[in-house]
Design a protein around this ligand. Structure first.
Ligand code: 5RP
Ligand code: ZN
Ligand code: CA
Ligand code: ZN
Length: 219
């Protein structure tokens, strides 16, 4: 696997990296971008090459300041009543948003706008210069970009792609907002095997890293 330094350099340069979590967790590879560097062509890459759900992870302190809840904590529907995920104790999902300047919200242009604005928004929120009212003026819900909320102590609490990506952003000293999208196999429909994801990474000159190595370096 690539060194964590290479992964951090890629992130600082605004390039995507591939992150495999753990064989005993999801066992999935996500393509992960710093949210601020996402352009329409990057959304196209996520839906065409990755094929999973396009989500933006924000850290707990930013989500708290912006009143972005864990969605299962606010839903009263029976479907949200018990937490029986097979691979973790809980999900990191919050709700979905669109930038208010988007039209339908799903196009590459619309999603890139929603996603890329979340980076300066996260940064400004951390600095106390942006709040829930500003957020409501700039974004509408429901939308077409899933928000994820990181665990309060990131990797000490939870080791999902949500926390792996956010810990990487902190270490790279870039705004705390990252996009994640699962790599799926077009043939089988299953998660893209790790070896195939590695091949994809080397074909595109993207860094590839796994959870164990990130935990060692970032925790
Ligand atoms: C959202 C997901 C993905 O697995 C994503 O990687 C975030 O989740 P987690 O932090 O649980 O890995 O389910 O599409
Ligand atoms: Zn998942
Ligand atoms: Ca595809
Ligand atoms: Zn994941």
């Amino acid at each position: 696997y690539d060194s964590v330094e290479r992964v951090l350099d890629a992130f600082r340069a605004g390039e995507p990296v591939l992150i495999h979590d753990f064989d005993d967790r999801e066992g999935e590879v996500d393509i992960v971008y710093p949210a601020g560097s996402v352009a329409p062509r990057d959304v196209a890459r996520m839906r065409n090459d990755a094929g999973g759900l396009v989500c933006v992870a924000l850290p707990d302190d930013v989500a708290e300041a912006l009143s972005l809840p864990f969605i299962d904590e606010v839903l009263t529907h029976p479907a949200a009543s018990s937490h029986d995920l097979a691979y973790d104790s809980r999900s990191s999902f919050s709700f979905t948003v669109n930038h208010r300047e988007s039209f339908t919200g799903i196009t590459d242009r619309d999603r890139a706008m929603t996603i890329s604005r979340l980076a300066p928004v996260a940064e400004a929120t951390r600095q106390g210069d942006y709040d829930v009212v500003d957020f409501g003026n700039e974004f509408r819900a429901p939308g077409h970009v899933h928000l994820l909320r990181g665990a309060p102590n990131l990797l000490d609490d939870r080791q999902g792609h949500t926390e792996l990506g956010l810990a990487l952003a902190d270490e790279a000293d870039i705004p705390p907002a990252v996009v994640v999208c699962e790599m799926l196999d077009d043939e089988s429909g299953a998660a893209l095997p790790k070896t195939a994801a590695r091949d994809y990474a080397s074909r595109h000159d993207f860094a590839f890293v796994d959870g164990d190595r990130l935990l060692e370096a970032l925790r």
